[in-house]
Design a protein around this ligand. Sequence first.
Ligand code: NDP
Ligand code: GDP
Length: 326
Amino acid sequence: MPTALITGITGQDGAYLSQLLLSKGYRVVGLLRRSASADVIGERLRWLGIIDDVEMVDGNMTDLSSLIRIIDSVSPDEVYNLAAQSFVAASWQQPLLTGQVTGMGAANLLEAVRIAQPSARYYQASSSEMFGLIQEPVQSERTPFYPRSPYAVAKLYAHWMTVNYRESFGLHTSSGILFNHESPLRGIEFVTRKVTDGVARIKLGLAKTLSLGNLEATRDWGHARDYVRAMWLMLQQEIPDDYVIATGRTTSIRQLCSIAFSYVGLDYEEYITTSKNFFRPAEVEVLLGDASKAQEKLGWTATTSLEDMIGEMVDADLTRHRKRLG
Ligand code: NDP
Ligand code: GDP
């Protein structure tokens, strides 16, 4: 039975990746950062019904000694580094913490692998945000990066450290440059989930409007369930490498609102307001990925349409709010 260590196991991708690996017979161990809210922190794993099937170990991405001890005692065959301060908007408020967790955290984990289990295969959660001010209309592994937020700068450091540890030490390290991916387990502050939650509240009479920022930005949105499969596939390759994972379709926030509101028979224009509070100091206007390398080498393609995913998310948020209403 192979063993996988997942950092960020309590996040959206950590939950879906755990589910996938458990279904493949893995022993799944998750890094859990100490919190006073331990009872609610496993909510996503609970939602998927797998909380009792994963093991948890205490540690923190900013504490190298904890990572070395964990790698040493768990002896993982595969290490998935999903932990991050992952919200772009928050990275301007907490740039140093973002650097420490999202950037240096990856360096800490790479060091722990190098010291304690150099045979382990390592996955780094890189991000399309690294393309930022896009240098090509469609972004692939060959597109130059131009990060536009402290988050993206930190991810770029982690990305190049992953490449460097492969080239310097021969470690089996791969980096997935994943475009935005969403699900009913997406954090509520991200725009897709904020919109589907808003749609559910408005539909149930719990809110009258929804306040957003820039409606004209576009994103290449896929489903997290599809994207964690790509992570696993990358670590099954004999030769480690970097891959763009995307759907090849880009949609504006405005169109996203239209899809989500019309799913419950409402016209978004009657409910959306905009507030400068949700605009960013520097915007990533357009992201559109070319995943043909992943398709060719990993046999990976996205299987869920944006419309189906938004429908699934709205349904889940309706159910959550109905439950709360009793
Ligand atoms: P989430 O924000 O849902 O999850 C982040 C995880 O990191 C949580 O488990 C969180 O723990 C953990 N974490 C944060 N700080 C620390 C720390 N100091 N020590 C240990 N763990 C910590 O992210 P997603 O699941 O959406 O994304 C997974 C990864 O993929 C992230 O690295 C993200 O930046 C990256 N990514 C995501 C994309 C997306 O569209 N979702 C696109 C491209 C990249 P806790 O629950 O305690 O907060
Ligand atoms: P990101 O691509 O990782 O930053 O994912 P987000 O879901 O946070 O943001 C996607 C895009 O939606 C960005 O261009 C934001 O500026 C835009 N956006 C517009 N309104 C909002 C909002 O109210 N919240 C968030 N999170 N993003 C918004």
